[in-house]
Design a protein. Structure first.
Length: 615
RNA sequence: GCGCCCGUAGCUCAGUCGGAUAGAGCAGCCGCCUCCUAAGCGGCAGGUCACAGGUUCGAAUCCUGUCGGGCGCACCA
């Protein structure tokens, strides 16, 4: 909510007082193009019933009592709507001064994302998870939260075991650091081959995989899994994602989180160990009160053979995340591209390196695909059943950001069958395509390689973020790597244009200090109104965990700016030059351009997309 | 069978928690660089907002039902 909108709410409320009725929350919105005024409210509709008068009459009487706040010229009743006219100069001057950062919240959010099985290269299905999680983390941080990002490593699962056993089965030696094929790709290939070999040698393979799972649980293969994780991290980093902590499933189990979580749950009246019937010998939880409408509300936590199911581990992990118990130890794992240290849970680590706990999240965001909705609900139910006040609170504050799958040219992807598209390949191709366009459009560009990477990666990230998470994305090369239209390059180009003007202004020695704001008009105002929206859009995106709102906003602002840039007067000639404008007007427009550039860059940054100075 | 999600232009999607003539991009057609980057801009054409009821001054948006599509519901992970 911009300051002006806020001031208008107050002013409308005051102007409504004489009617003797509480209008409640007053909506203030941008006036549609073609209607008189700049901001307006449909407030009169809401009052019409109680006052038993027609809305237009009410609007007129509110207008009569309206005292314009600073920067607002006057109000006018447009039928039942009450619209106000802004002073363009004052408004743009306010925008040029910049928007304040969000208030720090002193509230910690743990965002869990990526969590790719450590047995193969990441593909475009994972790409959506990584980019979505990374964008949400950035947005929450910008909205004032303290954010920590965790990446869960399922190192005791079947998939890791299959890949590691495949090397043994095919008597292959994993490549070293300097090999031409990345280690994660290498294992991914063998993983698929093992799947094929199962058709003829199922029993031997099953025995080998089981044996490997035991070795994984015993920690014997940790070093090799770490090498795979390092290889995967190269991909994640190249996308611009970084993490605070890796949490290994084996460490979660070794730290006793599974056992302690079950202990907590056993005290709950909803958890029992039936001595007869279908669930004899198992530990089960009744979730009927938490998930209404289930035919079968009994969930098994520990099988009658004594083995815990997967969700039980996840429950233990979440009890730790929200601070019901402690116990992980940590060690540094890697230095990340921007210089931050990535930590990992580790059996031989220390409890509180640099005073960090990595737990005690007051809000939990789990970026996991929609097919995991059921187990996620079980985790939330288990938090509520913990019998602790933290658990109750945590259950409410744990959010599952459920995103839909990515299909490949209409086909479901399958890591098992090798029907995938590796992120590394897509990024390479995206950069190649961007480089070709750069070479064509701007052959003299310095740092063409860097720009090509920024544009190619930007296009990829934007393609994953511009629609709602619940929308299925069908990955198609020409759409995902689109460099025009509704895309990151469109926004980046708008930014580069603004940068270009500011660069030329700097060379000409023009700066914004001599601005004559009174020379500005409705064209500048329209752009400035778009700029003013970012803080409220950002707040909404944070509230709803919806990066697509930022992407759509960035497109809107770029469109408004491009339209302004290309605007022509009635004579058909450009009428919005900046540097060629009269002194005073020139400086005022320049200040607007600076605000456009800054805001475009800010919006892109929330999506993890770089804004090149030239392209 | 039960639960969740989706159905808006030929295609891919927005649609400001119920408001003003339903907006973009791609595809099609027509224009715009003696002017700060044409990866751009302007225009034309294209929609019974799946369907039927209901609530409301007002519904793409809320409620109910129907149809169509996707996903989930194991002592799997």
């Amino acid at each position: 909510m911009s300051d002006v909108k806020h001031a208008l709410r107050t002013a409308f409320a005051a102007a409504t007082k004489h009617l003797g009725i509480d209008p409640g929350e007053i909506p203030v919105q941008e006036v549609p193009a073609g209607k008189p005024g700049d901001y307006g409210t449909p407030l009169a509709f809401a009052l019409a019933k109680a006052l038993r008068k027609n809305p237009a009459e009410i609007a007129a009487s509110i207008v009569a009592a309206f005292e314009p706040p600073e920067g607002v010229l006057r109000a006018e009743a447009v039928g039942p709507y009450i619209n106000v006219f802004l002073d363009p100069g004052a408004f743009v001057a306010g925008i040029a001064a910049g928007a304040p950062d969000a208030e720090p919240r002193d509230r910690k959010v743990i965002v869990e994302h990526t969590s790719v099985n450590p047995n193969k290269e990441a593909h475009v299905g994972h790409l959506r998870n990584i980019v979505l999680g990374d964008a949400v983390a950035r947005i929450l941080r910008a909205d004032g939260y303290q954010v920590e990002v965790q990446n869960y490593i399922d190192d005791t699962g079947r998939q890791a075991a299959e890949s590691l056993f495949a090397a043994q089965y095919f008597a292959q030696t994993p490549p070293g650091e300097d090999a031409s094929e990345k280690l994660d790709h290498w294992y991914g290939r063998l993983y698929v081959q093992l799947g094929e070999a199962k058709e003829t040698d199922a029993e031997a393979i099953e025995t080998g995989v089981r044996d490997t799972m035991h070795r994984l649980e015993a920690g014997e293969l940790r070093r090799e899994v770490e090498r795979i994780v390092h290889a995967q991290l190269e991909t994640f980093w190249s996308l611009g994602a970084e993490y605070d902590l890796l949490v290994w499933e084996s460490d979660v189990v070794d730290s006793g989180f599974l056992a302690r979580g079950l202990e907590v749950l056993e005290a709950s009246p909803y958890v029992s160990k039936p001595t007869d019937g279908k669930y004899q010998g198992a530990l089960v939880m009744d979730v009927a009160e938490f998930i209404p409408g289930l035919e079968e509300s009994t969930v098994v936590l520990v099988r009658s053979d004594g083995n815990a199911v997967y969700v039980a581990k996840d429950i233990g992990y979440h009890y730790w995340k929200v601070g019901i118990f402690e116990g992980l130890a940590y060690a540094p794992f890697a230095d990340q591209p921007t210089g931050s240290t990535l930590w990992t849970s580790h059996p031989a680590g220390e409890a509180h390196p640099v005073g960090q706990t990595f737990a005690h999240g007051q809000e939990i965001v789990n970026v996991i695909d929609v097919r995991q909705s059921h187990p996620q609900t079980l985790v939330r139910a288990a938090l509520a059943l913990s019998g602790t006040p933290e658990g109750q609170e945590a259950s409410r504050n744990t959010k599952h950001l459920a995103y839909e799958v990515v299909t490949l040219e209409g086909q479901a992807m399958s890591g098992r069958k090798g029907v995938t598209l590796a992120i590394d390949h897509v990024l390479e191709e995206a950069t190649r395509r961007a480089a070709a366009v750069v070479a064509e459009k701007n052959p003299d560009l310095e740092d063409a390689e860097t720009v090509a990477r920024q544009v190619g990666l930007g296009a990829m990230r934007f393609a994953m973020l511009k629609s709602e998470a619940k929308r299925i994305i069908d990955f198609r090369w020409d759409q995902a790597l689109n460099l025009q239209g509704d895309s990151a390059p469109y926004v980046q180009y708008a930014h580069a244009r603004a940068a270009s003007i500011l660069r030329a202004a700097g060379e000409a020695g023009v700066d914004a200090t001599a601005a004559d704001w009174a020379t500005l008009g409705p064209l500048e105002l329209t752009v400035a109104q778009q700029i003013a929206r970012l803080p409220e859009v950002r707040a909404q995106a944070a509230r709803e965990l919806a990066p697509h709102l930022i992407a759509q906003y960035a497109l809107d602002l770029a469109t408004a700016w491009n339209a302004y840039y290309n605007h022509r007067g009635e004579d058909g000639k450009p009428d919005t030059p900046v540097l060629r404008a009269e002194p005073g007007l020139r400086e005022a427009r320049l200040a607007l351009v600076a605000a456009v550039k800054r805001t475009l860059a800010d919006a892109l940054a929330l999506l993890g997309i770089d804004a090149p100075e030239a392209m």
